[in-house]
Ligand binder design. Structure first.
Ligand code: ADP
Ligand code: MG
Length: 701
């Protein structure tokens, strides 16, 4: 009933007007009454409490005090005038300070009259002071309308510059409630409200903006967080079910002679139990009638490649072609070389397609693909070009998914009349919480076991001042026949500087490790692919002992004889990157080492990162720490996904609510897949509306 009214443009709300409406839209995405109501406070100030001056703590939040102003004076400074008042209560004295609006204060402030003041205290020169306090005479304060819990809305500089302060937003919020009479249609089913004892929508919206008590606020927040997460989960799960029912999979019903032949005669090692389990899970998908869309998580070095190879053979066994897409040229090439090696003797043809493959090679390659004589294609996103047509693509494997946008992944779908089965492989451990939100529509397999005989990598943190010692250690390792990586940061914003660091580092290493005893490779992004490959190749073959590089070697590079990873300016790397880099060593039988070099001055976050790396090799544990440090929005490769900008829920703090929401979303769809029951009508309508608005759903193909 209110639906129409709620879609009223915000400019029509009393007191807003077109100018400020535009600011609201551009800064906060608020365009309608409804958007404003769904703009939630991020904290609340408890105004039921009164403090005494003697009780004030450094670093306390906003506080409210009662007392009198006993004198007021203007202090002239180089930087400008400020107005300072002395405020006293029966326990002590503090200063109130104004930098702006001094004239008005001087003229209106009453001395020796009881005031209630409110604001944030600073500790300065051994006493407290409060800049620009909110003030009210005690006499007025007693008569005024009391909101015990005062909401504080997320603010931005641009907003306050335009006079859109917290107070103003609160006022508009009141206005919206008046104009809509505070009655909002329910958006959850009665049985859900019952089961979870949830507040109604109207009560929840009211109490989140104007909490009547702590208890009601908590219930309002619970209800709204639940709702937000519930609809996300509903969307993801519905999508998955739909895919399983509607999108027919290409039938992989043959058991597979190639697969078995390879398994019995060409497998270079016994699979780990985790690898066996994952292969089984994938085979079950392929044997079903639905299209596979599976995420394969496995820490660096856990052996995802062999799984990919086995599955590709299965595709070929069933008369299909397969492709494998990697994010970088180096990685694609390495996959190509490794897989070709593995397939030697099987008679299976595979080819490499990257941006730098010459036209003369491409043409016949395109033809072979189209006629079907080429069975496996490995490459970079060059695979996605329209010119690349398969006769019968049945399986697409995407390695290191976080480098690819979702759009690219979905492009693979259109390479055949029926979408191919898709396996996304990632070495980025994603905490379960996040996996559920980001990949809730994918099935997930995990390789949670490393191949046998690996020695855990020893990680240490060293300061730059210890470089000589580190170099001595490197010399000893090289003497034993090992190879060493030295990695420098290359962050786009400071590319020129970083590049200089890299070259300086290279020169100093070249000085300390002179020819002819030592050979050094260097690889960085500004090199031509051919030169990069040449340098990389020398290192892979063991012709060089030291590889100086930027993070281009981060993903997937496999040199089992390399046993030392030195990361320069390690404080500038995120945890996930550090972990990925460390994963380049520890791939052979030798004891491997990772040395994190940093300056002496470290932020506390950087310290935590170093300590975490030293403490554990477990990618999932590292991912959890990363999630806590940086919040989900910045987590490993999830930046591009808008899903994490939730309105009220927090994926970490509200994990328990997320689990509940998922549980009820699954229950709802299990019992009523089409949402056709009358009692789920509101869910169906809300869901339809949300999907239409596409506000939070458009993050995954
Ligand atoms: P990632 O999961 O990081 O892609 P890879 O597939 O590159 O890992 O495998 C890492 C290394 O481990 C490779 O040298 C590979 O040959 C080896 N490997 C994989 N699985 C096993 C296994 N079951 N037993 C022994 N070595 C294995
Ligand atoms: Mg790999």
């Amino acid at each position: 009933m209110n639906a129409q009214l709620l879609q009223t443009p915000i400019a029509y709300l009393k007191g807003v007007g077109p100018n400020r409406a535009e600011t609201l839209r551009s800064e906060l995405g608020i365009a309608t009454f409804s958007d404003l109501l769904n703009f939630f406070p991020n904290r609340y100030i408890d105004k039921t409490q009164y403090y005494k001056v003697a009780q004030l703590q450094r670093n306390s939040a906003e506080v409210q005090l009662v007392g009198k102003i006993v004198n007021i004076k203007t202090i002239d400074q180089k930087k400008g005038k400020r107005l300072v008042a002395t405020f006293v209560d029966d326990t002590g004295t503090m200063e109130l300070v104004w930098f702006r609006g001094q004239k008005w204060i001087r003229e209106n402030l009453k001395l020796n009259t009881p005031y209630v003041i409110f604001g944030k205290c600073n500790w300065f020169n051994n006493s407290f002071s409060m800049p620009h306090p909110e003030m009210e005479l005690v006499s007025e304060h007693k008569n005024g309308l009391k909101i015990a819990m005062q909401p504080v809305y997320p603010s931005k500089e641009k907003l306050s510059n335009k006079g859109i302060t917290n107070r103003v937003i609160s006022k508009w919020m009141q206005q919206v409630f008046m104009e809509t009479k505070g009655r909002f249609s329910e958006s959850l089913s009665p049985w859900l409200l019952d089961a979870l004892k949830l507040l109604s929508k109207s009560e929840a919206i009211f109490n989140v903006h104007f909490p009547k008590s702590q208890a009601l606020l908590a219930r309002a927040q619970f209800r709204l967080k639940f709702e937000e997460l519930f609809y996300i989960q509903l969307q993801l799960i519905a999508k998955k079910q739909l895919r399983k029912q509607k999108i027919k999979g290409l039938p992989f019903d043959r058991v597979g002679t190639l697969f078995h032949d390879f398994y019995n005669n060409f497998l270079p090692f016994e699979l780990t139990n985790a690898q066996k389990r994952v292969v089984k899970e994938i085979r079950a998908d392929l044997g079903s009638n639905a299209q596979m869309n599976r995420l394969l998580q496995g820490d660096v070095g856990s052996g995802k490649t062999i799984v990919a190879v086995l599955i590709m053979l299965l595709a070929i066994d069933n008369g299909f072609q397969a492709c494998l897409m990697a994010p970088t040229e180096i990685l694609a090439t390495q996959h190509y070389n490794g897989i070709q090696q593995l397939l030697k003797g099987t008679g299976i043809e595979c080819a490499l397609l990257t941006g730098s493959v010459k036209q003369s090679v491409r043409k016949p390659l395109h033809e072979q693909l189209e006629e079907g004589s080429l069975q496996i294609l490995i490459g970079t996103h060059a695979l996605l070009e329209d010119k690349v047509k398969f006769k019968n693509l049945g399986l697409a494997i995407v390695d290191e998914q976080h480098r690819f946008g979702v759009a690219q992944r979905s492009k693979l779908w259109h390479k055949n009349t029926l979408p191919p089965h898709i396996l996304v492989m990632t070495a980025t451990p994603i905490p379960r919480t996040l996996a559920m939100s980001l990949y809730g529509d994918l099935d997930i397999s995990v390789i949670d076991e490393l191949p046998p005989g690996r020695k855990p990598i020893k990680t240490v943190h060293r300061f730059d001042s210890n470089r000589l010692k580190v170099f001595r250690f490197v010399r000893d390792e090289v003497k034993k026949g090992r190879q060493v990586y030295v990695v420098y940061p290359l962050i786009q914003e400071s590319e020129a500087l970083d590049y200089k660091d890299l070259m300086d580092g290279y020169e100093s290493i070249a000085r300390d490790f002179p020819l002819p005893d030592y050979q050094i490779s260097i690889v960085h992004g500004q090199m031509k692919p051919a030169d990069k490959d040449y340098e990389m190749d020398r290192f892979v073959k063991g012709e060089t002992q030291i590889m100086v590089a930027t993070t281009v070697i981060e993903v997937g590079v496999n040199v089992p004889n390399a046993s030392v990873m030195i990361i320069e300016s390690a404080e500038r790397f995120g945890l996930s990157q550090l972990h990925q880099l460390r994963g380049r060593v520890g791939r052979g039988a030798d004891q491997s080492f990772c040395i994190l070099m940093t300056g002496h001055k470290l932020s506390s976050e950087a310290k935590t990162r170093m300590e975490t790396m030293v403490r554990t090799n477990d990618g999932f544990e590292i991912a959890e720490v990363d999630l806590k440090l940086r919040g989900p929005g910045n987590l490993m490769g999830t930046q591009q996904s808008g899903v994490l900008q939730l309105k009220i829920a927090d994926l970490i703090k509200d994990n328990a609510i997320l689990q509940t929401a998922r549980h009820y979303a699954i229950k709802t769809l299990n019992e009523d897949p089409a949402l056709g029951h009358p009692e789920n009508r509101v869910i169906r309508d809300t869901y339809a509306q949300l999907s239409q608005n596409k506000t939070i759903w458009n993050y995954i193909s």
